[in-house]
Design a protein around this ligand. Sequence first.
Ligand SMILES: [Zn+2]
Length: 235
Amino acid sequence: MGERIRCRKCGDILQSKYRHDFKMCRCGSCYIDGGDDYCRVGGDKKDIEWIDRKENKRKQLRSNWYTEGKFGEKYREILDTNNKYLYSQGRYHTKIKKEDLTEDYIKFKSRAIWYMTGYIRTSGVVDIGYTYIKENHLFKDDYLYISYKEKLKFEENKLGTLQYVNYDMSICGNSIIPILLAIEVNSNVDINIVKEKIYEKVEWYKNNYKEDYIRQFGNENTDIFEYYNELQNKN
Ligand SMILES: [Zn+2]
């Protein structure tokens, strides 16, 4: 059927359906020709939007998370962080750029991906869990566990510690709440149990490190979720 283009100047959508089907937009900025046989396009590149290519990219988004750069062989080594093409799961080269990602992909930084810039899908999440450690920071060693396929299982490991075992992705650090809030919007999953757990940690932290809490969030009564909500609205 031939690819479709949209003229960014006049908005016309053009498609050349067969070899000699020449189509020009009403403002004359661009044209398309050749159908499926040779697809020729003319005009200024910046005026032309490839509609089907964008749709095809959308369909290519099969990974739950992408990174700018990839994991190296050595511990915490990251490579190729300036490549405009993203890596799937920090490992596999793709032809996807950050502009190709849909809105449900949330940008994050986390030690979990060795502080590369990542993008995680917040739609299609089926279960979430949260664990925290009683230490002098709020989220650094606390984890949000995400499953895209099944309910999370909480099981005892060899050392006798209870932990989530079948998650697809785990996030630590300051991106936990923004990702959680996006999951609430984009997925059909109840975030309240995790929210309560976070409040539990916040209470413990406030009781033990009140000064630090005030320094970070301005006031001991600051609600942590409202704080992050406002932060996002500013951006
Ligand atoms: Zn036009």
